[in-house]
Design a binder for this molecule. Structure first.
Ligand code: A2P
Length: 316
């Protein structure tokens, strides 16, 4: 069974990657050690972003592993993301160079526009209304395309884009978006978006594929859901493996976060079996609720999105 997704660039992306965002509870050294452990147990796909504050420690862990000869650059797939304060045409190249420098890499495998919005310089995760700005999507995309042409990044894409925003981008993209990385798990199944992306040959990647059970922004309800627990029991798998397999069966890649070696191994061990049609049917009945709705990017006072309806173009 394929353990890679083939992107519209022709590149292979491992279907399970390690997410590296954190709520900051774990000290940096321990996070770095966890990433080294992930390399050791077989992870080759790593997902970071400027705003996660994990590019530096991921870079160190990758460099050490490459120097020790345990992994080669060409076997790795590294994704990072353009933060919203840099999401304007002239901001792209310097931001990418900073990410590459923190990661100690010559190129990224994938670089994504993190959210469909620009934020004023200095804005933090909960921006003030006057810090919310419209994204110049075409200009920013052109700058990303130039980064591909310079060899600084092998593929470009987006994150948290609705079907409508993907279609807008496709109208002018000279280099197609390879990936749309979005929140997706059994409580937020993204059926319409997956259809749109499939037709457009844009691969969907699931962030928070377990629903972030231990995080302040997430919910333990997915791994504790009786339907999921039942299916897990029937297949002699852990609930997390069922949830990840559900994503893979639906054609998406998954990037679960874990800083615990046992759970990292568990999350990677999701190949060689499938959920049944009946399992899929049961999961499709789970009540839907998005964890991160993006309301911190909406304002009735100013900015491009007054409501969640505007931000997600009805897909909410
Ligand atoms: P930990 O780092 O202690 O393993 P998501 O990827 O959906 O955002 O979820 C990440 C959260 O899920 C982390 O808090 C992580 O904790 C926890 N987690 C990761 N893998 C598993 C697993 N296999 N079973 C239970 N919890 C998990």
């Amino acid at each position: 069974m394929a353990e890679y997704a083939v992107l519209n660039t022709g590149a292979s992306m491992p279907l399970v990657g390690l997410g590296t965002a954190s709520d900051g509870a774990l000290p940096l050294e321990q996070r770095k050690a966890a990433i080294s452990a992930a390399i050791e147990v077989g992870y080759r796909h790593f997902d970071t972003a400027k705003v996660y504050n994990s590019e530096g420690l991921l870079g160190e862990a990758l460099k050490e592993a490459m120097e020790a000869g345990s992994v080669k650059r060409e076997d790795l797939f590294v994704t990072s993301k353009l933060w919203c304060t840099d999401a304007y045409p002239e901001g792209v190249l310097p931001a990418l160079r900073n990410s590459l420098s923190a990661l100690q890499l010559d190129y990224l495998d994938l670089y994504l526009i993190h959210w469909p919005i620009r934020l004023k310089e200095g804005a933090v995760l909960k921006p003030k209304p006057d810090e919310l700005m419209a994204l110049d999507l075409q200009g920013t995309w052109r700058a990303l395309e130039a980064c591909v042409k310079q060899g600084l990044v092998r593929a470009i894409g987006v994150s948290n884009f609705s079907s409508k925003k993907i279609m807008e981008l496709l109208e002018f993209a000279e280099i197609l978006p390879a990936v749309n990385q979005v929140e997706m798990h059994p409580k937020w199944q993204q059926r319409l978006l997956r259809e749109t992306c499939k037709k457009a040959n844009v691969h969907v990647s699931a962030w928070s594929p377990l629903g972030a059970p231990l995080m302040s922004w997430g919910t333990p309800e997915i791994l504790n859901n009786p339907i999921i627990k039942d299916i897990a029991l029937n297949h002699s798998k852990a609930p997390a493996q069922v949830v990840l397999r559900w994503g893979l069966d639906n054609g998406v890649s998954v990037i679960p976060k874990s800083f615990n070696k046992k759970r990292m191994v568990e999350n990677l061990d999701v190949f060689g079996w499938h959920l049944t049609d009946k399992d899929h049917q049961s999961i499709s009945g789970i009540e839907q609720k998005k964890n991160i709705d993006g309301s911190f990017l909406c304002s009735l006072v100013s900015g491009p999105y007054r409501t969640l309806e505007d931000l997600w173009d009805g897909e909410f």
